[in-house]
Design a protein around this ligand. Sequence first.
Ligand code: PEP
Ligand code: MN
Length: 336
Amino acid sequence: MLIVMKQTATADEMDAVCERIASMGFEPHPMPGATRTAIGVTGNQGPVGAHLLKEMCGVLEVIRVSKPFKLVSRETRDRTIVEVGGKVQIGKELAVIAGPCSIESYEQASTVAHAVKAAGANIFRGGAFKPRSSPYSFQGLGKEGLEILATIREETGMPVCTEALDEENLELVAEYADIVQVGTRNMQNFSLLRKIGQLRKPVLLKRGMAATLEEFLMSAEYILSGGNYDVILCERGIRAFSTHSRNTLDLSIIPAVQTNSHLPIIADPSHGVGIREAVEPMALASVAAGADGLMIEVHHDPDAALSEGAQSLLPGQFQQLMDRVAKVEAAVERPQ
Ligand code: PEP
Ligand code: MN
């Protein structure tokens, strides 16, 4: 259920509607938009007594949300802009989140960070807690990696994005990160998602490698239903039958998300294809398809990388990608 308020509705009228929703035993979620404010109602198992809300002052209409996802639905709001670290507005300007797969040392992170910043990236990335298929592979530097990220933010002015692998370290990661990343393997870790919903900090939710659009949006719904509305979705490739690439970057989900949700969606061609040479063409295609941003893995010495060197771009290749992305962005005129 969605309560759409009149443009002229006052703050007191909004509060009265929220109070009535709460008194009915449900949870109100005011979602201010550019042209109107809507109040999402969650917590109801069956129909809500719409007549009790319809006649209240300031209410324009009461809409039954037809989709299983409510707060992330496009019916709730036109567009969400996620502000990151007071520097980047994702959904408004193209976000380019670049950096190594893992933070390996201060020297490595600093070298890559300065290179990606010079090329035009606006957010730095790097894993401190890594989800690895093998327990014997490098698992990340943990807290030391987070401290390096904080130093890099200080040095470069770039906000930082890093993954929270589990509930145990979530609080620690959230202390350091400007964007908390939820990896593909955790997209349906519902207890982690609930905890992330309690944060008041942007979250990058990566699509599960076998998740449908509905499952993806329902996972985002877990986070919004906890009151954290700053969610950025990320397509990072799905498992298919192809063997020519690591995954299949499903660009068709970009317009599908934009039709069904107000949340911004970015693309991660690095994990999407897993092959260095294929990253740039898929990045260009992502921007042409309307992605709100890119996540790109970059390493100054990929052969020596402790994780995912094969898909990491060299700084020069990243610079070339950025130059070409700018041309595609201008050509497709992303809506502001
Ligand atoms: C990553 O961003 O380095 C990562 C592990 O991503 P994903 O969860 O998409 O595999
Ligand atoms: Mn990686």
